[in-house]
Design a binder for this molecule. Structure first.
Ligand code: NAD
Length: 511
């Protein structure tokens, strides 16, 4: 998509494996002009796609699903190289999540986007409905931690809704988007309806500035605020999916075996680089001495390595040097303030950006590691003496994306869940609703605005337009139309009292 300046090599993003430093691939960086050209192409292509029936669009998207399935290995291998993802995670987090999302919306889009009648309370002689129309051109700006699912989950939904879509992938993982765009086009999505623009943050900003009709941004809180500001100035509707600091509460009646396995996976999958990763572990003192040492043993047994060279890898590298530096700094700060390293706590020497899976004990609220998003294979632990204290700790964050509660009591789990300010609280499980496309995915507090996934998310990618029409077209004029005459005032007063008064004695007030 880039326009090269004559006789000069166009600037590009050169991607090296975070696990071994080897060169993986390259894409050209877009210019503001090429971004605008992409938006114009998208705008030209959208009306024909949007005019297809929902059923036709779903049929094409099912071909996309089949094509993704057939290219599973290519996607998984690229994720292992570009991102350092273990192959199991490539298969489940990057491929299966997309297949599931497409399956759900292929089955449900007609229902979700069907016109919705509104029963009218007052205007009984009229009728209303909402119909959902494509917004036009959607921009999906995505991060590096799930380069396939994040960018193209949003893209798939935008297409189901009848929009054309332009994906701006992270500058650290642009190769996934190249593969997926090719798959979408081969499967039958018109070229102009699915495009990718590449580059750093300025290219994301250029995309917002190029006249798009909707922005779905997934990334950090800091960038999210800039995106919100740009969208605000242009009055472009946006969904912001931002950072998380998920607490996991292990209560005194938890099933310890399940909790251990869940915390292990929830804390270290994708090397902790998940917005829903467990970033604060709150353990009840009655189970602390059994739970925490067992967790440390399991963390020590995690196999760290280069997923592109072996499938027997649990934890891959961090995506870039900056991320490695953030994790190191937060751990060092916690240790300087009194945290104890139960395992890990250091970078792994040698090629690749690896950090040893870490458990930090005796963590206290003033430590940065309990306040800033770590996005690394580190679980800081706190001990609490009661349910109320656990809830207090869970809510002690400016972020509120995911939270987890472990207890054998269903009623207690739901009671605690309802007291935690997070977009999603899971009881006795972690992260998994990211793959349940029918459930809303979104944060409260500074974790974001709006939701991705779910019926709500699909409808938000549409303009919800309201039509109101006459169901009984026999009145020549309404009661409240001109002319305003003194004699009609008592009638109107009686009408107000009849509708909103408390009893029959108020029906006929004096005057
Ligand atoms: P980031 O904010 O640095 O970048 C995200 C995307 O925004 C990239 O494509 C980047 O190029 C682009 N960008 C940067 N500046 C921009 C600007 N001014 N205007 C427009 N676009 C701009 O985030 P990241 O480091 O790639 O991703 C990690 C963050 O993403 C973490 O905070 C994580 O929690 C969050 N995340 C959230 C979710 C969620 O669902 N809530 C999911 C995954 C990741």
């Amino acid at each position: 998509m880039s326009v090269a300046v004559a006789n000069e090599p166009a600037p590009s993003l050169r991607i090296h494996s975070p696990a071994n430093g080897s060169f993986v691939g390259e894409v050209l960086i877009d210019t503001p002009e090429s971004v605008r050209a992409a938006v114009e192409r998208a705008r030209r292509a959208q009306p024909a796609w949007g005019a297809r029936s929902i059923a036709e669009r779903c049929a094409v998207m099912l071909k996309v699903r089949q094509a993704i399935l057939e290219h599973t290995d290519e996607i998984v291998e690229n994720a292992a190289k570009e991102n350092g993802k273990p192959r199991h995670e490539g298969l489940l987090h990057e491929v299966m999540t997309q297949l599931e999302l497409i399956s759900y919306f292929a089955a449900e889009s007609e229902r979700i986007l069907a016109p919705e009648p509104i029963p009218l309370r007052l205007l009984k002689h009229r009728a209303s409905y909402i119909h959902f129309q494509p917004r036009g051109v959607c921009a999906i700006i995505s991060p590096w931690n799930f380069p396939n699912h994040m960018g193209f989950g949003g893209a798939a939904m935008a297409l189901f809704a009848g929009n054309s879509v332009i994906v701006k992938p992270s500058e650290f993982t642009p190769l996934s988007a190249q593969i997926l765009r090719r798959i979408y086009v081969e499967a039958g999505i018109p070229e102009g309806c699915i495009q990718v623009v590449n580059g750093y943050g300025d290219v994301g900003a250029a995309l917002i500035d190029a006249g798009v009709d909707f922005v779905e941004f997934t990334g950090s809180v800091g960038t999210g605020k800039k995106v919100a500001q740009m969208c605000g100035e242009r009055l472009i509707p946006c969904v912001l999916e931002l950072g998380g600091k998920a607490p996991a509460l292990v209560m005194d009646d938890a099933d310890l075996s399940r909790s251990l396995n869940a915390v292990l996976w929830g804390g270290y999958a994708n090397a902790g680089q998940v917005c829903a990763s467990i970033e604060r572990l709150v353990v009840h003192e009655k189970v602390y001495d059994r739970f925490v040492p067992a967790l440390v043993e399991k963390v020590k047994a995690l196999r760290v390595g280069d997923a592109s060279a072996s499938s027997d890898v649990d934890v891959g590298p961090l995506v870039n040097q900056r991320q490695l530096d953030i994790v190191s700094r937060l751990v060092d700060d916690a240790v300087a303030r009194g945290a104890r390293v139960a395992c890990g706590g250091h970078r792994i020497e040698g090629p690749g950006l690896f950090y040893a899976p870490t458990v930090l004990l005796d963590c206290t609220p003033e430590m940065e590691i309990l306040n800033k998003e770590t996005f690394g294979p580190v679980v800081p632990v706190m001990k609490v003496g009661s349910e109320a204290e656990a809830i207090l700790e869970a809510n002690r964050s400016h972020l509120g994306l995911l939270a987890y509660v472990f207890t054998k009591s269903g009623a207690r789990g739901r009671r605690i869940a309802e007291q935690i300010r997070a977009g999603t609280v899971m009881v006795n499980d972690v992260i998994a609703t990211a793959a349940a496309a029918e459930t809303p995915w979104g944060g409260v507090k500074q974790s974001g605005i709006g939701v991705a996934h779910s019926d709500l998310g699909l409808r938000h990618m549409c303009e919800a337009r309201h039509v109101n029409y006459d169901a009984t077209p026999w009145l020549s004029r309404e009661l409240w139309w001109y002319p305003y005459e003194a004699k009609s005032l008592p009638v109107l007063r009686r009408m107000l009292h009849a509708l909103y008064g408390r009893g029959l004695n108020r029906l006929f007030p004096k005057g």
